[in-house]
Design a protein around this ligand. Sequence first.
Ligand SMILES: Nc1ncnc2c1ncn2[C@@H]1O[C@H](COP(=O)(O)OP(=O)(O)OP(=O)(O)O)[C@@H](O)[C@H]1O
Length: 374
Amino acid sequence: MTSQLHLKSVNKRYNPGTDHEVHAVQDLDLEVVRGEIVALLGSSGCGKTSTLRMIAGFEEVSAGEVLIDGRRIDRLAPAKRGVAMAFEGYSLYPPLSIRENIAFALKSEKLPQSDVDNRVEQIAALLEISDILDKRPNAISGGQQQRASLGRALIRRADLHVLDEPMGQLEPQLRAILRGRIKHYIKEHELTAILVTHDQTEANALADRIAVMEGGVLQQFDTPEHLKNRPANIFTGAFIGEPPMNLFSAVAGVSADRVELRLSADTALSYPASAFSEELRQRIQHDDGIMIGIRPHSVQLTEEGLPAEVFANQWLGDQTHIAARFAGASIVSVVHDLALPRPGDQIKVSIAADDLHIFDTKSGDALSHGGSLA
Ligand SMILES: Nc1ncnc2c1ncn2[C@@H]1O[C@H](COP(=O)(O)OP(=O)(O)OP(=O)(O)O)[C@@H](O)[C@H]1O
């Protein structure tokens, strides 16, 4: 597969050599293949916007290289990079109508006026801004401006589309509708896109692959499914998924026929040895510290599980989150009905070996998912 965007060991340092130096992006390697949608996801300050701004040319690369379609572009002016962008602050031209602003992006394609009109109408309908096409930017809302700016980017045929929090200012219902439409449009027109978001739902819905960043460091670059089922480390495990993964430190006891994972003096998970691969049994037996992770959706409430005491029960309209004291800490379970346990009730929880994620405490790296090595 051809890589359309290639970041090679890219670094961003703000205020280098001063007391205020920030190493915002650290040795970032990332390849986006042609036709792919990639989301940069992470909490505030993780370096995702700095990365996007370096690709677009609004911020210098401190070290490393950025290539688009095999061409090194990190020293070029933004307009010479073949990049179509929707950025907050990369504003619409105030004297032009929204229609003219969007059509302006097609100038270099030298199309007949009727084609320009059709394409503008089509993108405006997709983004639900048909009714404001003849208004000026200062006469419309922030959310409408954002969609106009997104329209101006998406209408172009560029080597790469760079979108910064493209739906950050829209209300949830409109976002949900537009997510599907925008994804379909990008795929239909075979565009390649990289976007920044701090919204997991948005990243999961739009992106083919998600780059999870924290502290300027890429934690994992993978499909939404793998991020959920095969998190590379404790950070990704805890960051991806709602409610967050339950995590416990544990001590492994491995005998010929059982594997015991001791979570506290009075709580241990016990499994037949055959539930874990031979290599994994060897590995956890010799590891000085492990953490085990269990997704709340995988914590089962059963008759024969380990005891826990409920302290909160939250019905969210389509599922219940039950929080209980367990192994000297707490555990959250998701149940898909209006579950009955109330605060103070005793429940029993079971965790299948297939649903366990095991991490090395020191490095944070995943050792296993569901009984076999990561
Ligand atoms: N112009 C700047 N000068 C100095 N430090 C900066 C500058 N821009 C960003 N930083 C710092 O670099 C780090 C990464 O910031 P960046 O904006 O890339 O993160 P982010 O993940 O996009 O956060 P957010 O979601 O809040 O925008 C942060 O510590 C931030 O304070």
